[in-house]
Design a protein around this ligand. Structure first.
Ligand SMILES: Cc1ncc(COP(=O)(O)O)c(C=O)c1O
Length: 425
């Protein structure tokens, strides 16, 4: 959408919704209802995306084939289960800016992060640090701490947390570059969230990857809050690896199978250690049951187990919608939708709340994190009871994500209206 002069009235929100070429996509999703049967204002796509209406048919197809064919479904289902995950490679690659051979859906996010660190965190006596952003998602913090300890190092020495300057709320790219220039020789791995779960800050992945590589560091990204939210260019950015979940902006459903990217320059590297399983073994000889592991070149070679078909079926429904909407068009709407939310709130921001997320659209995705001075959790609960669903992160953040696939300008207006009247009380 071209840049728009926003207005505060509800009629403006209605006109924007009417003029939105992506608005029909909302009807492809089940929007939770209030007790009186009207649509909730669902602003939790950063946590759990909504269910595509088509997910049921995709899952039912597999249930029917299982009912009809039993084990033969691996070869004779309408979409044979043996290569089922391959169907997701092309749409996933389009979404994250990768070659199909660089991506695979498998496992869950934290499990994939560990698998990637087994291969890409190779500490030595002089280079054993992992650099992460401060306030990284706790699971990432536990994962890196446990990897450091697993290799016999002390997280207190080997974990470098990159924090905002005193008095600031987000980490400056130039500060990350400075840390890398000063300490890069001790850093084995730089691991950043593409979008930080708490602040909503989107990092400059290209610049950071370049600066880290210049110091000989390996670079990985947790794209949980970025995949399906921002256009990604993992291949061109030259990231070594990335992982993400599929239940947030990707709408794959609770606990859905996760994603993983390994840059093609590592596709055939034999020196990389890895934890292996039979699904990562060469497809042509897998069922000859050889005892020697022969990895499939590319990201598929990191698979362990045969994946959940039902989970992948749900994800296919959503990826089909992404292919139709396209991430470029979604991002265009997202920039306007989040700016509109910011516009409605910023006029009233005062001592009761402030916006933590960067004001620069290039440094954020859909989410705005609102720092609430007092009573934020109770405020979140009150909004919830009125059908306005956002979420609360301790100690003081209300996360609000208008998702361009299914949220409208009217949703944003309804949220702002209720929030501003509630936050004052
Ligand atoms: C940034 C980030 N990393 C990791 C996780 C953990 O995900 P999982 O439970 O799928 O391993 C989450 C979950 O919300 C997350 O937001």
């Amino acid at each position: 959408m071209p840049s728009v002069k926003f207005e505060t009235g509800r009629d403006f929100a209605q006109a924007m919704t009417a003029a939105d070429p992506l608005a029909p996509f909302r009807d492809r999703f089940h929007v939770p209802k209030t007790p009186d049967g009207s649509d909730c204002v669902y602003l939790c796509g950063h946590s759990l995306g909504l269910q595509p209406k088509s997910a049921r048919a995709y899952i039912e197809q597999e249930l029917q084939d299982w009912q009809r064919l039993g084990v033969e479904g691996h070869f004779h289902a309408q979409n044979p289960w043996m290569p089922y995950h391959e169907i997701l490679a092309a749409p996933t690659a389009r979404l994250v800016g990768a070659l199909p051979s660089e991506v695979v859906v498998m496992n869950s996010l934290t499990a994939n992060l560990h698998l990637m660190m087994v291969s890409f965190y190779r500490p030595t006596a002089t280079r054993h640090q992992i650099a992460i952003e401060s306030s990284a998602f706790p699971s990432d913090q536990y994962a890196v701490q446990s990897q450091i300890a697993f290799h016999g190092y002390d997280p207190a020495q080997s974990l470098l947390e990159m924090a905002p300057r005193p008095g600031e709320t987000t980490v400056r790219t130039e500060d990350i570059e400075k840390w890398l220039a000063e300490k890069g020789e001790q850093i084995a791995l730089v691991l950043l969230g593409g979008v930080n779960y708490y602040s909503g800050q989107a990092f400059d992945c290209a610049r950071i990857t370049q600066a880290a590589h210049a110091q000989g560091c390996v670079v990985g990204f947790d794209m949980a809050h970025a995949a399906g939210n921002l256009p990604l260019h993992l291949h061109d950015w030259n990231a070594d690896f990335a992982v993400w979940c599929s239940y947030k902006y990707l709408n794959g459903g609770p606990g859905c199978i996760a994603g993983c990217f390994v840059h093609e320059r590592h596709a055939r590297t034999r020196q990389l250690p890895r934890f292996a399983g039979w699904w990562g073994h060469d497809k042509s000889s897998r069922f000859q049951m050889p005892s020697q592991f022969q990895p499939i070149p590319g990201a598929e070679g990191w698979q362990l187990s045969n994946p959940s078909i039902l989970s992948m079926a749900a994800l296919r429904a959503s990826m089909e919608i992404f292919d139709q909407a396209t991430i470029a068009r979604l991002r265009g709407k997202s920039v306007t939708l989040t700016a509109y939310l910011e516009f409605l709130l910023a006029q009233q921001a005062n001592e009761t709340f402030s916006i933590l997320t960067p004001r620069d659209p290039a440094q954020r995705g859909a989410q705005l994190s609102l720092q609430i001075r007092n009573g934020g959790r109770a405020l979140c609960d009150r909004l919830g009871r009125q059908g306005i669903l956002c979420d609360w992160r301790e100690p003081d953040i209300l996360r609000v994500a208008p998702v361009p696939l299914y949220n409208s300008f009217v949703d944003v207006h309804r949220f702002a209206d209720k929030f501003l009247s509630e936050v004052k009380t």
